[in-house]
Design a protein around this ligand. Sequence first.
Ligand SMILES: NC(=O)c1ccc[n+]([C@@H]2O[C@H](COP(=O)([O-])OP(=O)(O)OC[C@H]3O[C@@H](n4cnc5c(N)ncnc54)[C@H](O)[C@@H]3O)[C@@H](O)[C@H]2O)c1
Length: 217
Amino acid sequence: MKEDSIIISKATIDRLPLYFRTLRLLQREDVEIISSEELGRRLGITPEQIRKDLASFGQFGKKGVGYYVKELLRNIGDILGLHCNWNFAIIGVGHLGWALANYRHFSSLGFNLAAIFDVDPTKIGLHINGVQVFHLDDMEKIVQEKNIHIGIIAVPEAHAQEVADKLVVSGIRGIWNFAPRKIRVPGSIYVIDEDLSVGLSSLSYYLARKVPPKQQI
Ligand SMILES: NC(=O)c1ccc[n+]([C@@H]2O[C@H](COP(=O)([O-])OP(=O)(O)OC[C@H]3O[C@@H](n4cnc5c(N)ncnc54)[C@H](O)[C@@H]3O)[C@@H](O)[C@H]2O)c1
């Protein structure tokens, strides 16, 4: 794989999980080989784009034959780092945090929910989906003990920065931030902001402007 020597666009990286998800489904359907045309049809992405994306990481598939599903799935999983079995923590176990803690699909991707943090005394000590809720004050100790690399922020907006600061001090390397505000972190920390209202507002745009569905990009 050659991804270390070139810069891969964010758009390409964002498509990799889609390829991964579709290849998993194909594997479940016992499909052994798939062409970029068929993969493209399933994903609504052009075969040229798929070939270009995958070529950024090395040579996959056989000309005139297609991609071996099992092999490509393993390769994309490795590119995504899913074999690392990352431990993650959820901070804030309210409506959103509760739902995320009970979402079983993360573990099938190799992500392990190792701890949950909150400040509400009625929640400390509870076990959700088999995982203990700790007080925020214990974060540094628990993050070290449980080798946690990723923190998911699911606290009210007003507390997001304070939680991010604690995550950084605790040694976390990546943050998935659901609070609707930009958090400030050192340059060495990766942050992905997730704002569910973006999807709904985009849908509103298409509905309000009566854009024909086929013209969506
Ligand atoms: N509910 C949703 O569908 C949804 C969707 C997208 C984004 N969000 C965002 O996610 C965040 C959480 O939303 P919610 O609806 O789950 O809120 P919520 O009020 O139901 O839960 C918040 C939880 O965070 C805890 N908390 C508060 N301050 C804390 C701190 N300093 N440290 C640790 N825990 C703390 C609270 O005790 C509570 O358990 C908000 O920023 C919200 O805007 C929510």
